[in-house]
Design a protein around this ligand. Structure first.
Ligand code: NDP
Ligand code: ZN
Length: 379
């Protein structure tokens, strides 16, 4: 035991000295940024705050490309600041730990999702819902880190990240690490509303938008024993849906497919990133059915329900959901590894052209089902 401790301490010191610090203690980092709205990805050198007593430093192995990254790069949700390094699906190895850290040691796998801090004392934080922090959750990129000199946060398309241990997620050593990163956003964002809706064995569940989030939702719902119908806008994903265990696939552009669905679902989850007919899905819910919404289209192209829709659909409930709190994210990750639930990924090399190409493919509906950047291939 004692020998193990000495070895761990020695490893920590060696590893810390391997990772250079600037004169001001900041940690040099490099990654890929866009320098303007809709810009191309180019190499970018920057730095991260020093490893504080409660922080860990993660050497990033894989970073997922979420459709939210595209929304940010395209300024779909309002003005952004540049340069911007996106990436909030991060899996890597711990290379340094602060002196108060208890949940991680050097050499462990660790993950980071969409947020890296919150006030920790408001009603939301006390209920493990840090993403709704009343003082504002600090986002992994495109955020202002008020606990670290208001630094502008930069994301996971990079080589290293420093984060408070309380906002890092433990990844078991037996996890399929090349596939873990998307769990940190696509995984939790679909898992949480399915849990909130109380989906159970025998329920009829619809998942609309069969992309990164949607194909995770399909797997979680099936793992709970639900009978799943997948909705998307193309024929090309029909076989994939059936292969993943869905009982039906609906191409919403095919009127024949839509017949007979009204009043048949206990729960429908929408991950659609574009404008669509929400009322159509409300009509598909049973009397006490629920409609969970996570897809967040561009603000200029927002779908909507009217007051009349809500009133005339009576007892049916509509709710939105943003990622998940840290406790639930850990629960989702452990559940996923235990049940062998992973995204289907296409691993790409870390260079600007590859990332640009991946973005275009996501826009063109050509990704199955999540791009993951192998950050170790960065030159
Ligand atoms: P993807 O692009 O991977 O998947 C979206 C899927 O929706 C694609 O298969 C797309 O088809 C399909 N689609 C597009 N239009 C329709 C339509 N009218 N009806 C049915 N399906 C449609 O995106 P992600 O899964 O990564 O993200 C989805 C959305 O969720 C984004 O808006 C993202 O920002 C948001 N999000 C929200 C979070 C939250 O906390 N609430 C967290 C993470 C993401 P095709 O590929 O053919 O275009
Ligand atoms: Zn995301």
């Amino acid at each position: 035991m004692k020998t193990k401790m000495i070895l761990t301490t020695a490893l920590t010191l060696i590893t810390m000295s391997m990772f250079a610090q600037n004169n001001d203690g900041r940690i040099p980092a490099k990654g890929f940024a866009v320098f303007e709205e809709k810009g191309h990805f180019q190499p970018y050198n920057f730095s991260r705050h020093a490893v504080g007593d409660n922080d860990i430093q993660i050497d990033i192995l894989y970073a997922g490309i979420c459709h939210s990254d595209l929304h940010h790069v395209f300024a779909d949700w309002g003005a952004e600041e540049y340069p911007m390094v996106p990436g909030h699906e991060i899996a890597g190895r711990v290379v340094a730990v602060g002196k108060n850290v208890t949940r991680f040691k050097v050499g462990d796998y660790a993950g980071i999702g969409c947020m890296i801090g919150s006030c920790r004392h408001c009603d939301a934080c006390e209920h493990d819902l840090e993403q709704y922090c009343e003082e504002g959750a600090i986002m992994t990129y495109h955020g202002i880190d008020r606990f670290n000199d208001n630094e502008h946060t930069q994301g996971g398309y990079s080589d290293t990240y420093v984060v408070a241990e309380d906002f890092a997620i433990r990844i078991p050593e037996n996890a399929d690490i090349a596939k873990v990163a998307p769990l940190l956003c696509a995984g939790i964002t679909s898992y949480s509303p399915i849990m909130q809706a109380g989906v159970k064995s025998g329920d009829k569940v619809g998942i609309t938008g069969f992309g990164g989030l949607g194909h995770m939702g399909v797997q979680y719902a099936i793992s709970l024993g639900a009978e799943v119908t997948v909705f998307d806008i193309t024929e090309e994903k029909r076989e994939d849906a059936m292969r993943m265990g869905a009982s039906r696939y609906v191409n919403v552009n095919n009127p024949e497919d839509l017949k007979g669905l009204d009043r048949t679902f206990d729960f429908i989850l929408s991950t659609i990133p574009a404008k669509y007919d929400m009322t159509m899905y409300m009509k598909m819910l049973k009397l006490n059915g629920q409609f969970g919404i996570v897809g967040l289209p561009a603000f200029r192209n927002m779908p909507s329900l009217t007051v009349a829709d809500l009133i005339f659909q009576g007892p049916r409930k509509v709710f939105g959901s943003q990622i998940g709190g840290i406790k639930e994210t850990q629960e989702m990750l452990d559940y996923s590894v235990e049940h062998n639930i992973y995204p289907e990924v296409e691993v790409i090399k870390a260079n600007g052209e590859e990332i640009d190409k991946a973005y275009q493919n996501v826009l063109d509906g050509k990704v199955k089902f999540r791009y993951v950047i192998d950050m170790r291939t960065m030159k």
